[in-house]
Design a protein around this ligand. Structure first.
Ligand SMILES: *Cc1c(COP(=O)(O)O)cnc(C)c1O
Length: 356
């Protein structure tokens, strides 16, 4: 019996931690469970200044991402992955034990886990029958007289269902909740459908926040580099709360190279290939007997409902293909999320499915 665990905060004692793909693990040679990119580029590292603390917000990195995203430097914060951005938003804007966040399940799991670890309550407005955001219900929840909702987390492309946001309804929600709550649009996968980004709305809406990452389309999940985009007043608040040296210098170097003209060209080529692989996979999936539903895919993943997902999951595992199982999640019975990999990985996936 431990003599220290009872010292931990009650919420932490009770917490079920996020089961990341890496923690779940698995035995296999084809990894399609974490929405990572299949390839990796090479980077140069200058290690001559590792004795010095890094810049709070490395200027070369901020300049490069601001220019890529089309925002000003003061509208940008770089963080250790988009996951840290989510946590800093909650720690900055939500009073523990009083305020709450609002999420629209089924969606990315870290919004709820970050809120729990911060002692912040979670309200839910389920996605509608088509897995789209129920904007009217969200607006009502934020604006009801006793509402303590400070942040609404939306995700587009939504992980895992792939749904996007409706721009007109989002704008209406931003106006209806201005001064009451922040509306966060998690754009972790936006490079796969850049025309659907809400970034141009930042200029008009002080309560809009976007979270971004280099972990997906940029193929840099290992370096833990993400971004928050918002108007300067929000970024200034977040900057008070984030750690004093959040971005390690070697990470800033790699991320800056990924955002160079050459780095961006490599990313765009990767996105074109993966989007093409996704379309081919979707078509093939639609013709399989074991499949009952292929969700609308917009990122580098596709959610698929099978007649018997346990059987499919076992068949993948037998062939060394690691997928992400969503079957135990509410409304996602028999669903498996498939990350879009390279051509060989997609062929192995289909070969397994056709053998069933
Ligand atoms: C992967 C993912 C993240 C986390 O990104 P990191 O930058 O690796 O922390 C955030 N949001 C969504 C929706 C994701 O799928």
């Amino acid at each position: 019996m431990s003599n220290t665990q009872h010292l931990a905060r009650k919420t932490v004692q009770a917490l079920t931690p996020y089961l990341s793909a890496r923690r779940i693990g698995g035995k296999g040679h084809i990894w399609l469970n974490a929405n990572e990119a299949p390839d990796c580029s090479e980077y140069q590292l200058d290690s001559s200044k590792l004795n010095r603390y890094p810049e709070f917000q490395p200027p070369a990195l901020i300049n490069a991402y601001a220019s890529y995203a089309g925002v000003n430097n003061e509208q940008l914060l770089t963080t250790r992955g988009a996951d840290e951005s989510i946590e800093i938003l909650i720690r900055t804007f939500c009073e523990p034990g009083i305020d709450s966040i609002l999420i629209c399940p089924p969606t990315y799991g870290m919004y709820a886990i970050s809120a729990e670890t911060c002692g912040v309550a979670i309200e839910e407005v389920a996605l509608d029958a088509q897995f789209d955001v129920d904007y009217f219900a969200v607006e009502q929840a934020v604006n009801k007289s006793d509402s303590q909702v400070k942040i609404v987390f939306l995700c587009a492309p939504n992980n895992p269902t792939g749904n996007m946001l409706d721009r007109e309804k989002l704008v209406h929600l931003l106006q209806a909740t201005a001064g009451k709550a922040l509306i966060v649009a998690d754009e972790a996968y936006i490079e796969f459908c850049p025309e659907r980004s809400q970034v141009d709305l930042i200029a008009q809406h002080e309560n809009l926040v976007l979270t971004r990452t280099l972990s997906k389309a940029f193929a840099l999940a290992a370096i833990r580099c993400g971004f928050t985009i918002a108007q300067a007043p929000v970024i200034a608040m977040l900057s008070k709360v984030i750690a004093p040296y959040p971005m390690p210098e070697p990470i800033a170097q790699i991320a800056t190279q990924a955002l160079s003209e050459k780095g961006l060209a490599v990313m765009l080529e990767r996105v074109a290939i993966l989007n093409n692989n996704r379309q081919l996979l979707q078509q093939a999936l639609n013709e399989l007997d074991c499949v009952t539903e292929v969700f609308p895919a917009t990122g580098n993943f596709v959610l698929v409902r099978f007649k018997d997902s346990a059987k499919v999951f076992a068949a993948f595992a037998n062939n060394g293909i690691i997928m992400r199982d969503f079957a135990t999640k509410k409304r996602l019975e028999n669903c498996i999320r498939i990350t879009i990999g390279n051509q060989a990985e997609m062929e192995a996936t289909l070969t397994t499915l056709k053998s069933l």
